[in-house]
Design a protein around this ligand. Structure first.
Ligand code: PMP
Length: 382
């Protein structure tokens, strides 16, 4: 336990719950876009089934695995068998189970920097040796990964958030997807493609998944950002040897997930016309907010800040070019009534004192404008 720390973001969320603070620090879907009425209808429908209130298969209720396999097949160019899919308690559990399956203490893993903190927590708990490669506007710098490999590093796995990165907002280019897959084939490591945001695109869908280019890719995704985090329905899909090993570990972890929420999720994910309309609404609302936030930041800070282009997801990533220390800025910002997450929360080894993550999902355009005004006042008064 000695190496573990509480997530800085979870700690910050207790401060930002104060009503006078506009919080851009969270990473939650807008409660208004969580389809409560549709969840109620689906609950009523599935409660008519006795198996909705029983234990279910460890790998997940088969009807849900079929729906997920069909959706994964449609997103890529290769048909996915439902038996490659394991339903987990959010995709966070998929990551945790995969670490148990794949990692011995001291094993080398590679993450992107800035890093997804949920992945760091899992890999630290597994006592992995964590190396990083930087992220830029085109996603993971696979040339840096190649350098690590050429220098003799032999990671067991490489973790990537391929679409609309948390926190970095970037989406991996097609060329880098192919490069990462080719490196995985050549060096025999696993790629974990962690993709909870891929369906929340604004102008154009992201490129085909990394998993399209190699069988050494294990894909994770989730109902949390498109339906509701409270369902705790996530999933992985990977080669049968991996999904079967994960299933064995999951037996010991929790016997099985909740049949009730899995059947609710299956009902909603299988309802194509409803889901299409729902996703269109999410994309429209978040897209407008992302645009409003990015232009407010550009208007207020000009050349002092660079904003990574936001193609989808929930986050806006800032890099201050004027020497601003975002931990100090956060202290001033809280006094001005606005919160964000400083880049140091996502740092592993590198220096992220000049970066920040702003979430745009839970405030409307005018509140986001107000928040940026407060941030600029805090920045000006440093
Ligand atoms: N992966 C990434 C990149 C995330 O940002 C999150 C949630 N913040 C998760 C996984 C976990 O989501 P869940 O467990 O709710 O599916």
């Amino acid at each position: 336990m000695n190496g573990l720390r509480s997530s800085a973001i979870r700690d910050l969320l207790t401060i930002t719950a104060r009503p006078e603070i506009v919080s851009l620090a969270g990473g939650l879907p807008d409660p208004e876009l969580i389809p409560r009425e549709r969840i109620r209808e689906a609950s009523e429908a599935v409660l008519a089934r006795p198996d909705a209130v029983q234990y279910t298969e460890t790998a997940g209720w088969f009807g849900l695995r079929e729906v997920i396999a069909a959706r994964e097949s449609a997103a890529g160019s290769r048909p996915v068998d439902p038996r490659e899919v394991v339903v987990t308690h959010g995709s966070q559990q998929a990551l945790s189970l995969l670490a148990q399956v794949l990692l011995d203490p001291g094993a080398t893993v590679v993450v992107e920097e800035p890093a997804h903190t949920g992945a760091l927590q899992v890999f630290r708990l597994a006592e992995a040796r964590i190396l990083t490669v930087p992220l830029d506007a085109d996603g993971m710098r696979t040339d840096h990964l190649e350098e690590l490999l050429a220098a003799g590093e032999r990671p067991v796995l490489v973790h990537t958030v391929s679409n609309f990165h948390n926190p970095g907002s970037a989406t991996m280019s097609v060329a880098r997807r192919r490069h990462l897959a080719a490196l995985a084939e050549a060096y025999g490591f696993w790629v974990i493609e962690d993709d909870p945001y891929g369906e929340i695109w604004f102008d154009a869908a992201p490129p085909a998944p990394v998993a399209d280019h190699s069988d050494r890719v294990i894909r994770l995704s989730s109902a949390s950002k498109i339906l509701a985090p409270a369902l705790r329905v996530g999933w992985l899909r990977g080669p049968r040897a991996v999904s079967e090993a994960v299933e064995l570990v999951k037996q010991g972890a929790d016997l099985c997930g909740g049949a009730l929420t899995q059947q609710i999720a299956a009902t909603m994910l299988a309802d194509g016309p409803w889901l299409t309309g729902h996703l269109e609404r999410i994309r429209a609302v978040y897209g407008a907010r992302a645009g409003a936030l990015a232009s407010a930041v550009t208007g207020a800070f000009g050349d002092a800040v660079s904003v990574t282009e936001i193609g989808g997801g929930m986050f806006c990533w800032l890099e201050f070019r004027d020497g601003t220390d975002t931990e100090l800025l956060l202290a001033a910002a809280l006094d001005h009534g606005v919160a964000f997450v400083p880049g140091s929360a996502f740092a592993v080894g590198g220096d992220h004192r000049g970066t920040a993550r702003l979430c745009f999902t839970t405030n409307d355009e005018s509140t986001l404008g107000e928040a940026v005004g407060r941030l600029a006042a805090a920045h000006g008064g440093r």
